[in-house]
Design a protein. Sequence first.
Length: 202
Amino acid sequence: MNVENIKRLVLSIVILVLGVVFQYRSMNALEDYDYTLVTFDGGMTWEDSLEINKNARRIEGTAAFSRSDGVYIFNDFQRGVQVTLYTCSESYFDILKLPRISGRFLWDGDSIERRNVAVIDENLATHLFAGKDCIGEKILVNRTEYEIVGVCGAEDGVFTSVDEYAIYLPLDSFTSYNTMGGCLLRSSDDISVTFALQRGIL
């Protein structure tokens, strides 16, 4: 066996071992997700959220949300940044297990009463406010002013691996040409999820 063949054999073994390790880690990571993600074209509204809850009674938890990429926001000092913007129901944070850093999460009452409030992730808080307490600060989204009521941990993004900066607004607050909608369904019983999907919650 010549040197070239030995190199190829060693390289193949290394690639195989790395593939097995990566697959094992991926399978373990999947255990952290105890929800089903259903996606839609276009955004989700508060009315959509109510309809999903009505048709998915056997599901332990549901959360409606919309996601828009490449949205520019600004703080009082006109410092701007491009973010991933989510509009979501109250249960979104619980189902995704997003950690609360300070303040509060969004409430369903924020959507019902159309309050101009926002939760931002810790990366965005650091970028816009240099690590100082930003609860009560204002930001501009599409020329509308929102008060920051909470800061959450920066987590993996829905539909993507990671959102660099993320902001969360009440449902019906924002829509864009690239807005995608979705619903998170949490249940320990896969049959309940299947039943809800067959009932036509989509």
